[in-house]
Design a binder for this molecule. Structure first.
Ligand SMILES: Cc1cc2nc3c(=O)[nH]c(=O)nc-3n(C[C@H](O)[C@H](O)[C@H](O)COP(=O)(O)OP(=O)(O)OC[C@H]3O[C@@H](n4cnc5c(N)ncnc54)[C@H](O)[C@@H]3O)c2cc1C
Length: 414
């Protein structure tokens, strides 16, 4: 049986391991932290129907459905509290499944628990620092604790700050700080939901004067929220560790003070224990090299999809299932990796480009940000008129485990 070292127990890691197992490979997951959810940032994620459909091919979509809840409508507001428009998020799968929202920690824990339940071996506290080819045609991974592991393939599912990306190509592009901090939190306060008149099941977005704010009410009545606000200085690890929730709450309150709507009250009501303190937001240019003969990067390690597109998880999952199909059907690992890239690159780059376009309102600062924000209601109304049909190419993408064979390669030289 061929063996793969999967670096990273985030989203792409456990899904790759499960898909490889289904393809007849042995996979071992190496995670830098002691807990798969420990190194993660952000409060919650929306998982689009194309991602859920890809997960269904390895019978893992129920993990998102069981852990999260349906979120099928986006509602946009101005800083003055004026409703701009409502838009459906993505389409509906034949069985009625729609986009779901799930707490980030819950999703990481549930996906990795499912992989472990299926018999996939995990090694925690293993931070990849280097990897090199072996004389026998394999690859050896070297970890920060000095230990080593050998296999036929190394899959770098190690996120946007990927070490695997640098090992494959020392000249790979670097991430760049966007000048934006992310924050978030959870509040359980039924009286507040009632008082503010919040609608369950609707994901509301507010284009505030100084900060962008999104929130939803989960079925049990808990409010989930996130905010993006400008931050000139990239936060150091020390600053992140030493800045208390109360300081972030005050800073965000000042940003939201001039806006109407529920944002300020939601932030004020968020207890320290469920306050997701500030983190840096990054972007990454297109990565020219995704693989060599024995190593490949997938998910955020290979491409950074804007968080506002709600497609990062789906792209990671689509990558993982496609990679396993290629390795299942093509006996030469190097050929399978080339086929994988060929099948994925155009789609991923189109999604990245779409995300970059729609996140302009959040990514700009100063005058540019102001101008983009003034135009946002116009673009949103236009998009709502066009309907979700204009995004069918993104949501309707399907990967079929049984129907798609790499015996009929898309890549001409495969
Ligand atoms: C604020 C924010 C909001 C977002 N919202 C959404 C959303 O609503 N919907 C959506 O689809 N996407 C969203 N995204 C994007 C989404 O989070 C990512 O696309 C997704 O997490 C990518 O999964 P991944 O497995 O590739 O990387 P990650 O989830 O980052 O996992 C990488 C894993 O690798 C581990 N690791 C890193 N380096 C090493 C190493 N050297 N050795 C061993 N292990 C290592 C890490 O600890 C981590 O567990 C958002 C992103 C952000 C920042």
């Amino acid at each position: 049986m061929k063996k793969a070292l999967v670096i990273g127990g985030g989203i792409a890691g456990p899904v790759t391991a499960m898909a490889l197992q289904q393809a007849g490979w042995e996979a071992v997951v190496y995670e830098a932290y002691a807990d798969t959810a420990a190194g993660q940032i952000g409060a919650y994620l929306t998982v689009a129907v194309n991602g859920l459909s890809a997960l269904a091919e390895i019978d893992a979509h129920h993990i998102v459905m069981d852990t999260g809840h349906a979120t099928d409508t986006l509602s946009f507001f101005t800083s003055a509290g004026k409703h701009i428009t409502d838009m459906p998020i993505g389409g509906t799968l034949p069985d009625g499944t729609v986009t779901h929202s799930v707490k980030r920690r819950d999703l990481y824990r549930a996906l990795n628990a499912e992989a472990a339940r299926r018999g996939i071996r995990y090694e925690f506290g293993k931070r990849l620092v280097d990897a090199e080819p072996t004389a026998t045609g394999g690859v050896v991974a070297i970890f920060a604790d000095g230990s080593r592991a050998e296999a036929d393939l190394l899959v770098g599912a190690d996120g946007i700050h990927s070490r695997t990306r640098e090992i494959i190509d020392p000249n790979a592009p670097k991430v760049h700080y966007l000048g934006i901090y992310g924050l978030g939190g959870f509040v359980t306060d039924p009286a507040l939901v009632h008082e503010l008149g919040l609608r369950p099941g609707v994901y509301s977005m507010i284009f505030g004067k100084k900060a962008f704010f999104g929130y939803l009410v989960a079925p049990g009545g808990e409010i989930w929220w996130f905010a993006n606000m400008p931050g000139a200085q990239e936060l150091s690890k020390q600053t992140v560790a030493s800045t208390a929730p109360a300081q972030w709450r005050d800073q965000l309150a000042r940003m939201l003070a001039a806006d109407r709507g529920p944002a300020a009250a939601i932030v004020a009501a968020t207890p320290d224990a469920t306050f997701v303190t500030g983190f840096n937001q990054y972007d990454m240019p297109s990565v020219p090299t995704w693989h060599n003969d024995r190593m490949v990067i997938i998910g955020d390690a290979a491409h950074a999809v804007a968080s506002s597109s709600g497609q990062g998880v789906s792209m990671a999952v689509e990558d993982a299932v496609t990679l396993a199909i290629c390795l299942r059907d093509l006996p030469e690992t190097a050929t399978a990796l080339a086929e994988f890239e060929h099948r994925r690159r155009d789609r991923v780059e189109r999604v990245v480009a779409h995300g970059a376009e729609t996140s302009g309102d959040k990514a700009q600062s100063g005058l540019a940000r102001f101008l983009v924000r003034q135009l946002t209601p116009f673009f949103l109304k236009k998009a709502a008129k066009q309907g979700v049909g204009s995004l069918n190419w993104m949501f309707d993408h399907r990967i079929s485990w049984s129907g798609e064979s790499a015996d009929q390669p898309v890549h001409p030289s495969a």
